[in-house]
Design a protein. Structure first.
Length: 336
């Protein structure tokens, strides 16, 4: 792709093309695989070599990579062994193929809810201050508030977990009710899809599904999608409570998502790659790129990438490995 000469150092090409060094990339992928096995409870430690030497066990190498990351090794993980969802004691309602019609009828659907129905609005939020969940339970067409609550989740949690957590807590609060018609409104379509899919590998989804099934076993339970930020009172109130939860002192324990762990690992890979360039990058390439090398590289990759001839020339001049006399002399291909 670059048209670089065979003598061009890989470290220079990686830096110019913004490709991570293969060693650090593989270390990161191995760490992600190891953490998935840890989440499944299938990570087994290798026995140390019987003889003294320089060979390290795979798990030892991985532990060295992970040791300075802020990830508690014994914390509960959200990722779990995939399981089948065979029980569903609730019905779901989503926009389907006609989202505009569904949205336009939402207020009418809420207004026509029987007065003895228990209605619950849930929401999750993630801001710079934290991650929160909230819900409000009403009856008599929202004229009577039964209960409202907000709580905070660990900062590592995703907004997806917050949405599911709000549904879970609402179900847990309603668990003593029997023979009731209960409608839970959520603006998280992804949550409904996760709760109704056949296979599940998320502990947060499994916990929410269990709470819904327990509540639905003795009630007529519906889980419905509601459009967010459209002025619907219940959704706006749940949104307020979720945002309030992001600053709450009451933190509910939740499993660590795999995305959080992967993010730490990716940042570690980037850090190692940058340190490798800083300590080992060729002097000529650093000098040509200058202090603001990132901007220079972005300009080259955006403006010359579709012109192979110009891109090849730029790469050769930046690395110093080109058909000019200086490089040819260093390669003993020229006398001057």
């Amino acid at each position: 792709m670059t048209g670089a000469m065979p003598s061009t150092p890989h470290i220079s090409l990686n830096h110019i093309t913004q490709i991570t060094d293969v060693i650090f990339y593989l270390q990161g992928e191995a760490a992600k695989g190891s953490e998935r096995l840890r989440a499944y409870g299938s990570l087994s430690l290798e026995k140390p070599p019987l003889q003294r030497g320089t060979i390290k066990a795979h798990t030892t190498i991985n532990d060295d990579f992970m040791k300075d990351l802020d990830i508690p090794l014994n914390s509960e993980r959200d990722l779990t062994i995939p399981a089948l969802n065979l029980e569903q004691n609730f019905t779901t309602t989503t926009p389907g193929d006609y989202p505009d019609i569904y949205k336009n009828q939402l207020q009418q659907s809420i207004d026509n809810t029987p007065s003895d129905t228990i209605t619950c609005y849930t929401d999750g939020s993630k801001t710079d201050e934290g991650c929160g969940a909230g819900y409000i339970i009403t009856t008599d067409n929202n004229n009577t508030i039964i209960h409202e609550e907000s709580h905070r989740l660990p900062n590592c949690c995703t907004v997806f977990q917050a949405e599911l957590s709000a549904i879970t807590e609402a179900c847990n609060h309603l668990i003593t009710h029997t023979n009731k018609h209960i409608i839970i409104w959520t603006d998280s379509l992804s949550s409904i899809q996760a709760l109704t899919t056949l296979n599940n590998n998320s502990r947060t989804v499994a916990n929410c599904l269990n709470s819904l099934n327990h509540l639905g076993a003795n009630n007529n339970l519906e889980l419905r999608w509601i459009a967010a930020h459209t002025g619907l009172w219940g959704n706006e109130k749940a949104d307020e409570l979720a945002k309030l939860g992001t600053t709450s002192n009451l933190i509910h324990k939740r499993p660590v998502p795999q995305s959080h762990i992967n993010n730490y690992i990716n940042n570690k890979v980037i850090q190692l790659n940058n340190e490798h360039w800083t300590n080992n990058g060729p002097k000529h390439t650093k000098m040509i790129l200058g202090r603001n090398s990132g901007k220079t590289i972005n300009n080259i990759n955006s403006s010359l990438i579709n012109n192979r001839k110009d891109y090849r020339t730029a790469v050769q001049l930046i690395t110093g490995h080109c058909g000019l006399n200086k490089h040819l002399f260093n390669m003993r291909k020229s006398d001057t």
